[in-house]
Ligand binder design. Structure first.
Ligand code: NDP
Length: 269
């Protein structure tokens, strides 16, 4: 566990990750390592903010001269509504993970960060994808995947939520009654099932052995989803590279300078 402050006890700093819970976050370690390698004097901390206190916390941090924040579970939707200048993507998916207090702008670096990780996995040209989940991350990644030309099948434990997501976002995706990975090149887990040490009941026996199983959660050596995919013979990928890619994009957006990608990766690996 990393050190996290209650937001009312926030120390003087420049950037923070806000969430509830947030003590699992690797962002402070990653951003602090980046500043130090570039001899920047910025400070990045983790602050616990309950979702019903987010607006109050954001006003407080703005007055305390913080420059910006990252948002994690479960704050991204409320953060998108708070922003005075959300970009087009944030407006479309209703989820922001990076806020800039200087001008009230908001972007989502999860989606492009995730797309950044695909070419090195050989997932280009676009391949059919089975996407599991219908939460904030699923909303952002489904739009980014379709925009990049991937064909989507979507399964969620609560089917109505997936149905609503497809309708809200105008996706062309097929709604799946069962998590059937037949004929896809990527099985993408965007659920938070790993947090409660649970697997998603994917019908692995139907999967193409050349498909990739990608779990965007990180911090566990092996999530139940990846463990089962590995047993079924698939190549498995966790969410750490995506974490670094989205962090690097936030860094560059706030500071206008190239992120030290390798330093950031080393800090979390
Ligand atoms: P949300 O709370 O918005 O959504 C959670 C989703 O997970 C819902 O679809 C929910 O289904 C599903 N779910 C939760 N528990 C289970 C379970 N036991 N079995 C099956 N489905 C389950 O979360 P987010 O979308 O914001 O985040 C999801 C995950 O992605 C988190 O683990 C987060 O850490 C990770 N993440 C990683 C990033 C990275 O950089 N690597 C960036 C962003 C997120 P239902 O609708 O039925 O409740």
């Amino acid at each position: 566990m990393n050190k996290a402050y209650e937001w009312r006890d926030a120390p003087q700093a420049d950037f923070a990750v806000l969430g509830d819970p947030v003590n699992h976050s690797l962002s402070p370690r990653m951003h602090q390592a980046a500043y130090e390698s570039l001899h920047m004097r910025h400070k990045y901390v983790a602050l616990r903010v309950p979702v019903n206190e987010l607006e109050e916390a954001l006003e407080f941090l703005t007055k305390k001269a913080y420059r910006g924040v990252n948002l994690t579970l479960p704050l991204k939707e409320t953060g998108a509504r708070w922003a005075k200048r959300p970009d087009d993507f944030v407006r479309r998916v209703g989820s922001a993970n990076s806020l800039n207090f200087l001008d009230g702008s908001a972007i989502n670096t999860d989606a492009p960060g995730f797309i950044d990780t695909l070419p090195s996995l050989g997932l280009w040209p676009p391949t059919p994808v089975l996407l599991l989940g219908a939460g904030g991350a699923a909303r952002a990644l489904s739009v980014a995947l379709e925009d990049a030309g991937h064909r989507l099948k979507i399964y969620n434990r609560t089917p109505d939520r997936a149905k609503k997501m497809i309708a809200d976002l105008g996706l062309k995706a097929e709604l799946m009654k069962e998590p059937n990975p037949e004929d896809v090149g990527l099985v993408l887990n965007t659920t938070s099932a790993a947090i409660s040490d649970e697997a998603v009941p994917v019908q692995w026996y139907r999967a193409n052995k050349k498909a990739i199983a990608y779990d965007i959660s990180y911090g566990l050596e092996m999530t139940p989803f990846l463990f089962q995919a590995g047993l079924a013979g698939l190549k498995v990928v966790d969410g750490l590279e995506m974490l670094v890619a989205q962090g690097a994009r936030s860094f560059e957006w706030w500071l206008g300078t190239a992120a030290p990608f390798d330093v950031m990766r080393q800090a979390v690996r």
